[in-house]
Design a protein around this ligand. Structure first.
Ligand code: ADP
Ligand code: ZN
Ligand code: ZN
Length: 822
């Protein structure tokens, strides 16, 4: 940029605001400003933000503009392509680019005068590295622990606080306060080592001789085990991996073995020379055929669907195609629906690609995310990540050269962002991202979404099929148990059929493991008065409260409202309160009573609230420290355990009877997926599905592993009843404290919409849960034919929404658009 010319910039703010804002560039910054860098601007009365330069021009606006205050980055942080991606996302999912920016940039890169900072826990306290102002900041934060940037700026008399902070955040002297809450707590474990007194062979021989002379055979045995596991005293051994016998306690008490608390490393470490070369993977015939299709430069498709049954070895095929890209110096984005799945996949990828694998997801701290962001974009090829693994937000990483996108478990509903905007689908966004890069996409699943399979059937996507399990193992045998008949015949105990109990007993006797799926958490789903049938409800939401035994409370699963369990009916004071419907807590407790010797654990939202708890649970299960794992849909997903022989679905009916056009598709997917956890490394897999409706078509299809049949029926229904993939849905939700206001506003909106789109508009209606967090809800759904161009229609709908909130008394009506709702 010319040093003398007057320039203006259009900047994007990470806020829910339409469009960009114009600022003037002070001449002395002409040389520094460029597209994609962050600049500090004043916005509103007093607030300062780091904004992103979208465009530079010389067209002076008609109104007076403020100057940008400083430039934060030496080189652009965000590329033109990323910004195009954001703009596409905003337009497609009907929100503002600022909404996208707010989720796309890691928190550590979005500074605002309102942001609070504190001392980074890893700061080594070396004050000599700090400048005068930095030292003042550190002193302030030592005194007040957290402060807003604004306040720091005033206290030390430095206006350009953001550039100062940026440097301190990067060097991990301070951190953004939101990191505090999610700070990573390393897991500590007790390790055992041999006392220094017994270092050296000579001393060890004397120790053994001595114990043997005293006939301490149990101690000798244990010590021998320890010696083997520790490479003859060279390494620490986790205490829990040794037999928990009294001899261990004695050896520790006598100072022969010493215990030590250590951090357990979360990831295995991989030395460059311990990497397993990808060539050593030998694909079987089916895998080879799939691989050839996916990697063929002659394939007419840029997107392929890999439909492989559970345990057919999709991951090994992915590894092969990733390897091609890595060798060519390109980057690969590998998406997973849920981070619970990442631990296993990370280790499988790191075994082959070592330090080239970067992991990115929202449970990481902000500084970890900034680090991954940097290593994705870096010029330094040595340090650059080439395989980026993450949940949906990884689509926002600043790729240098994206060659391939893999979306594993592409059917999974958790790819869809619910709140806040952008309500995007990670899979669909990834397909678009690949398109922007001219990269290829592979969507993988054992139970593809109807949409993706439809695209494959229409020839839009290429299709690779793997119909058999790797290793020649059979798919597990699925049995449907009719609970009605079983009850009549006295073959039900509690909530379990004799058949399921027998299968569990046999599995435990054979030292195998069991997974039980129950899609409700809590102990009982509701409390009901036997006399007046009153059921305690949430005061803020239109739902019944769920009984949680662990906390002895009734809780709302929508807003968290919670009350102690009442001793009598709040309506009629009767003491005959009955619990109905069961959740995971109840299943866990009943099983523990029936199998007292088994180690039972539960995996659901309540048991994995704390960071890494789910990793620990999965680890414990993989290490066979748990015999029976009870859980919600968290246990259904792509996990690969060796010793699971039985999978039970406690109640299939509440999966099937969910009022949504996808409910059959989803029920089939969940049941088939959880079944797929059984018998992955042997033939003995057995699945037992309990139901009161054994003739249901979906159960038949799961039993027969008949995906094609499911697709055929569902695709047909979707066409007839005008749902995706034949139609595109836009669901509009209006919320307000006052039921009458929301109803009137929704009626107005629906009338406007009908004026523009006629019969395509459905509603307004109350959704299934019509009040959440004290707000009343109404929804309107608009359906467009698949081939209609609807970019303009979307813009028009957003204008109508803007119009609506300008009307008297409607300013506080919240309006959400959900494009392609799940
Ligand atoms: P999927 O992702 O289709 O469920 P996985 O990739 O997890 O299946 O494979 C199932 C199991 O079979 C895994 O334990 C995996 O290591 C093993 N496996 C699959 N393909 C191969 C292969 N070509 N060579 C060796 N082991 C394989
Ligand atoms: Zn009552
Ligand atoms: Zn509630």
């Amino acid at each position: 940029m010319d040093g003398q010319e007057v320039y203006y910039v259009e900047v994007l703010l990470p806020l829910h605001l339409p469009g960009t804002y114009t600022y003037r560039v002070p001449r002395e910054l002409n040389g520094e400003v460029s597209v994609g860098k962050r600049v500090v601007v004043q916005f509103g009365q007093k607030r300062m933000y780091s904004a992103l330069v979208r465009r530079i021009h010389t067209e002076a606006p008609k109104w007076r503009t403020k100057y940008i205050l400083s430039v934060l980055d030496e080189r652009p942080l965000v590329t033109e392509r990323q910004m195009l991606f954001w703009e596409w996302m905003a337009a497609y999912y009907m929100c503002y680019p600022g909404d996208v920016m707010a989720v796309a940039l890691p928190a550590g890169m979005k500074l605002a005068s309102e942001s609070a900072v504190s001392i980074h826990p890893d700061f080594d306290g070396d004050l000599s590295r700090l400048t005068k102002y930095e030292l003042q900041v550190v002193n302030l934060l030592t005194e007040y622990s957290t402060m807003k940037l604004d306040d720091i700026s005033r206290a030390i008399g430095v206006q350009k606080i953001m550039p100062l902070m940026r440097g301190m955040i990067e060097r991990e002297v301070v951190m953004m306060d939101e990191e505090l809450r999610e700070r990573f707590k390393p897991r500590k474990s007790t390790y055992v080592r041999l006392s220094e007194a017994y270092a050296g062979e000579e001393a060890q021989r004397r120790l053994f001789d001595d114990l043997e002379a005293k006939k301490r055979t149990k101690q000798v045995d244990l010590l021998m085990q320890y010696m083997q596991m520790s490479g003859f005293g060279k390494e620490l051994v986790p205490k829990r991996e040794l037999p928990q016998v009294s001899a261990l306690q004695t050896l520790i008490k006598n100072g022969v073995l010493v215990t030590e608390e250590r951090e357990e490393s979360r990831l295995e470490h991989f030395d460059a020379d311990s990497l397993v070369p990808v060539e050593s993977i030998k694909l079987n015939e089916e895998q080879q055929a799939a691989y050839s299709l996916l990697s063929s430069p002659l394939s007419p498709h840029t997107t392929h669907l890999l439909h492989g049954v559970t345990s057919s070895g999709k991951t090994e095929v992915y590894i092969k195609i990733i390897d091609e890209q890595v060798r060519a110096g390109k980057q690969v984005l590998f998406l997973l629906p849920e981070i619970a799945l990442t631990a296993q996949i990370i280790n499988r990828l790191r075994r082959h690609f070592g330090d080239k694998v970067g992991v990115y997801h929202s449970r990481f701290s902000a500084s970890q995310r900034v680090e991954v962001w940097r290593r994705t974009a870096t010029d330094n090829e040595e340090a650059r990540y080439q395989v980026l693994l993450g949940a949906r937000s990884a689509v926002f990483l600043p790729f240098r050269d994206l060659g391939l996108v893999i979306v594993d478990e592409e059917h999974d509903a958790s790819y869809k962002q619910q709140d806040p905007a952008p309500r995007y689908h990670g899979r669909d966004a990834a397909v678009y991202l690949a398109h922007l890069w001219g990269a290829h996409t592979v969507l993988g699943s054992a139970t593809p979404s109807i949409e993706s399979y439809h695209n494959a059937m229409e020839g839009k996507y290429g299709l690779a099929v793997m119909a058999h399990r790797y290793g020649g193992f059979n798919l597990p045998k699925v049995e449907v148990v009719d609970m009605k008949t079983a009850t009549r015949q006295g073959e039900v105990h509690g909530h379990f059929s004799d058949k399921l109990l027998r299968a569990i007993r046999d599995a435990l006797a054979a030292r195998q493991q069991v997974i039980l799926f129950q899609n409700r958490r809590g102990f009982s789903l509701r409390l009901e008065c036997d006399d007046c049938h009153h059921i305690p409800q949430c005061v803020h939401c239109d739902v019944s409260l769920v009984y949680h035994k662990a906390t002895n409370s009734l809780r709302c699963h929508y807003c968290g409202y919670s009350i102690p369990v009442p001793e009598e009916c709040p309506a009629c004071h009767s003491t005959h309160l009955r619990m109905t419907g069961i959740g995971t807590e109840r299943v866990e407790e009943d099983l523990q009573i029936m199998f007292p010797e088994a180690r039972v654990a539960r995996m659901d939202l309540d048991s994995t609230l704390q960071k890494n708890q789910y990793i620990e649970l999965l680890n414990d299960f993989a290490q066979r420290r748990i015999d029976i794992l009870v859980g919600t849909q968290m246990v259904t997903k792509g996990l690969d355990f060796e010793h699971v022989s039985v999978v039970g679905i406690v109640n299939a009916d509440n999966l099937i009877n969910y009022p949504n056009f996808r409910s059959f598709e989803r029920a089939y997917q969940q049941m088939t997926q959880v079944s797929g956890r059984a018998g992955r490394h042997g033939d003995a897999g057995q699945v037992i599905i309990q139901t009161y409706n054994p003739g249901h078509q979906i159960l038949q299809k799961v039993e027969d592993n008949d995906y094609e049949g499911l697709y055929h029926d569902q695709d047909n229904e979707r066409r007839v009843f005008r749902y995706p993939p034949y139609y595109r849905l836009v669901e509009i939700t209006l919320k307000h404290r006052d039921n009458e206001v929301v109803s009137a506003a929704a009626d107005w909106f629906a009338t406007e919409l009908r004026g523009a789109f006629g019969q395509r508009v459905m509603g307004p209606e109350y959704p299934l849960v019509s009040r959440i967090r004290a707000l009343y809800l109404k929804t309107i759904t608009v359906r467009f034919e698949r081939n209609e161009a609807i970019a303009d229609a979307k813009k028009l709908m957003m204008q109508m929404a803007d119009e609506l909130v300008k009307q008297d008394g409607w300013a506080r009506v919240a309006i959400h658009f959900d494009v392609d709702p799940c």
